[in-house]
Design a binder for this molecule. Structure first.
Ligand code: CA
Length: 477
């Protein structure tokens, strides 16, 4: 136990015996969904009534953000309440069947803090924060793992096994019995039912891998996709219908067991919608992997009976670090000093107005951004762009020349923040591909280059086709 936890244990000892006066906390995190894939944040082409009910019965965030445009660093930030670059977790871990260390052991995670505050803690679903001994969920503050896997991607059909992919129950291999999203939902619902018998408050990190690739669906959900959804997006729609069904399963279980009124429920994605899965970021520029809005904005809703009135709208830019801070404050009454988020409870209760000008930051290698108020400086290409998001939500007009003082101001904010960060602990596993993207363009100008590129693309298509046939998921991302 590190010194911080020891200190916390001593401080929170009086609360540990009975925590039923504090809300249960259910954090639902979806994978690679954009704001156009969920009804409450503007999705229109297929219904998500259960997810939308959280927004209707609670609060929505007009500018909800993740802290990274890809899976693992986003989750590292969410679960530590700190910008993940502060401890070097800037990139995804290595891709494929590689065992790798993950979220540094120096960091104390939200479940560990909640457990020390007397909560019973559980994880269902995707981890993606390390597969080596000592880095798994049960070593990082979770009391139980009803069902999950350690990697960043996994097939939804079939009993696929391998490092990061084998389904686990409390760290031990177990069997896939059906469509993965349904099996995860069933195990989470069973957990909620079990905990209804106990006085102790609980925390569940419900990490669906839907709707990350591979785009596995069932005939039943595909048949429910409206005819108007275009062909390439139908698998994403079916997977998201299943996700919504299973969110509904959890919400009904809360109702049926009398726990809905004392459970804080949050829904978000882990990064913006992915192009390859035909997710939708609506009018936003960019997609998963980018620090333009399409890579970092998320549908974000929170239901907190007795605190947030139905239909509450928070306009101030808000990120998942704030959600983590709100959760830990709900359980312990305070937010750790070294956390970056703010407790949203006063704003949700209508007792305070969040500071809209507070700067938010992003960095993933050469891709970075800072937002303060309506202004954003984004470096995701050759030259940083100065954007006014109120006037230009699609980030198409660079105002650097028109407002050089604003550009200097944002750049200075960013540089100061960057001084507080640690060097990345590992390299970007996607970097060789990105380097290839950059170097391949001039080759297209020559005949031999065109032939080489065609061969490369054909090889990639064949590899992808083989993966789809074999049910082998693509590299973690
Ligand atoms: Ca993701």
């Amino acid at each position: 136990m590190n010194l911080f936890l020891l200190f916390l244990t001593l401080c929170l000892a009086p609360f540990a015996a009975a925590s039923s006066d504090r809300p249960n906390i259910l954090i639902i995190i979806a994978d690679d969904l954009g704001i156009g894939d969920v009804g409450f944040s503007g999705g229109r082409d297929f219904p998500t009534p259960n997810i939308d009910s959280l927004a209707r019965d609670g609060a929505t965030f007009a500018a909800g953000y993740t802290t990274a445009p890809v899976c693992s660093p986003s989750r590292a930030g969410y679960l530590t309440g700190r910008y993940q670059q502060r401890f070097g977790h800037e990139f995804n871990p290595a891709t494929g069947n590689v065992r790798q260390e993950g979220l540094p052991l120096s960091e104390t995670l939200l479940p560990a803090l909640l457990r020390h505050a007397g909560y019973h803690t559980a994880i269902v679903g995707k981890w993606h924060l390390g597969t080596e001994p000592g880095f798994e969920p049960l070593a990082r503050g979770f009391d139980e793992q009803p069902l999950g896997f350690l990697g960043g991607a996994r097939a939804y059909l079939g009993d696929i096994r391998g490092p990061g992919r084998t389904l686990l129950k409390d760290g031990r291999p177990t069997t896939a019995t059906g469509y993965l999203t349904d099996q995860l939902g069933d195990e989470a619902a069973a957990f909620i039912r079990r905990r209804a018998q106990e006085k102790q408050s609980w925390f569940l990190w419900m990490a669906f891998n839907a709707s990350h690739t591979p785009m596995d669906t069932t005939p039943e959900t595909l048949a429910r996709v409206p005819a108007s959804v275009f062909a390439e997006r139908r698998s994403l729609a079916a997977m998201t219908l299943s996700l919504d069904d299973n969110v509904g399963k959890l919400l009904r279980t809360l109702e049926d067991t009398g726990q809905a009124g004392r459970t804080l429920v949050v829904f978000s994605s882990d990064n913006g919608g992915a192009k390859e899965s035909h997710a939708s970021n609506r009018h936003l520029r960019g997609a998963k992997g980018s620090t333009f809005e399409g890579g970092i904005r998320t549908p974000l809703a929170l239901r907190w009976p007795g605190l947030a009135r139905p239909g509450t709208l928070i306009s101030a830019p808000t990120n998942t670090l704030d959600i983590a801070a709100t959760a830990v404050a709900a359980a312990t009454g305070t937010v750790p000093e070294n956390w970056d988020g703010r407790d949203l409870a006063p704003a949700l209760a209508g007792k305070a107005t969040p500071d809209s000008s507070r700067p938010l930051f992003w960095r993933m290698g050469g891709r970075w951004a800072v937002r303060a108020g309506d202004w954003k400086l984004v470096g995701d290409g050759a030259s940083p762009l100065l954007i006014n998001l109120r006037e230009d939500p699609s980030e198409s007009i660079d105002l650097s020349a028109k407002h050089p003082e604003k550009r200097r101001e944002l750049e200075a904010l960013y540089r100061v923040w960057e001084q507080t960060l640690a060097p990345p602990l590992w390299d970007d596993p996607q970097r060789p591909a990105r380097r290839a993207e950059r170097t391949v363009r001039p080759i297209v100008l020559t005949v031999s280059g065109a032939v080489a590129l065609a061969a490369l693309l054909m090889g990639a298509r064949l590899l992808r086709a083989r993966r789809l046939i074999s049910g082998d998921p693509p590299p973690d991302s």
